[in-house]
Design a binder for this molecule. Sequence first.
Ligand code: GLO
Ligand code: MG
Length: 346
Amino acid sequence: MPQNRYRFCFGPWNVSEGQDPYGPTTRPPQSFDWKLDQLKTLGFDAMMFHDDDAVPDIDDKSEQQILKEAKQLRKRLDDAGVAAEMVAPRLWFSPMTMDGAYTSNDPKCRRYAIDRSLRAIDIAKVLGTDILVLWLAREGTYLRESKSGRRSVELLVEAFDKMLAHDKSVRLAIEPKPNEPMDHAYIPTIGHALAIAQLTRDSKRVGALIETAHCILAGLDPADEIDFAMSFGKLWSLHLNDQNGLKFDQDKPFGSNNLRSAFNQVRVLERNQYGSNGEYVCFDVHPFRTTRVEHWMKHLENSRRTFLRLVEKVRSFDEGRAAELIANRDYQALDQMVIEHLLGRE
Ligand code: GLO
Ligand code: MG
């Protein structure tokens, strides 16, 4: 098995302050410089950015000002030796995206969403990444009768086409999620993301980002989703984390809830040589609300550590023995073999 060298990243929002819908923050905000320092110290290689992580208050700034601030950020990142993994337009915060962004029923709001996405592409270019991540947070419905699914697909394709035309080198990585904040989202799974790519003007530049928790929320196996996207050569980014069943999006540390599923995710990443085209392993995880300031980075440190331990587990898994058991249809023994391997006994 090839010895992949993985590179890791997280976003500034992953150093969150503990607020939830029922209560305020439990930790004071940290500065961007502090987060960048921590990223380096903990052995991460790159940072993910929302457009307004890169250029705060982006809606109030001119195109020129946006580019100027993006260039300043690029310099800070270069000086720190940190790459920008991707840029994602934050299309779920503004009052303009209340009813959706690209699929809003209001044409003014749809225009806002597209303009903002084009600015995000400009920022990505300055930061040296060709990946625009599209988490389509509010592209869905609270009630079915409020929008047409067919029309929404057309509007999404129209928006993607404008982005692809704006910059000939940008690649769109769609991050599917079936629900939250919406009741139902229009692009709930990797299959939907890869299917809608086919309707765009340049399907080769439309791919996907898989997040563990989002697959689980869709009732799917994250490892199978990874295999599926990688069969098309379309897995351009990855948000590893964990999720305990069908409830709110938990963004738990990788492997925290289901170690065996985490093992299987790492196993398919190894088998498909994820990372060999420069892709990063990102952890979209949040600290527990109870986390003390002095333990603030543990969720990221632990996710990376668990990932690397599981890479060792995958590499030391006796594939020959597993193949024999499979050939003999002895799945009972195969099951126990995986369990014993994860428990550290062979
Ligand atoms: C929320 C998403 C979110 C995105 C991020 C990048 O459920 O996982 O964290 O990954 O905003 O677009
Ligand atoms: Mg995510």
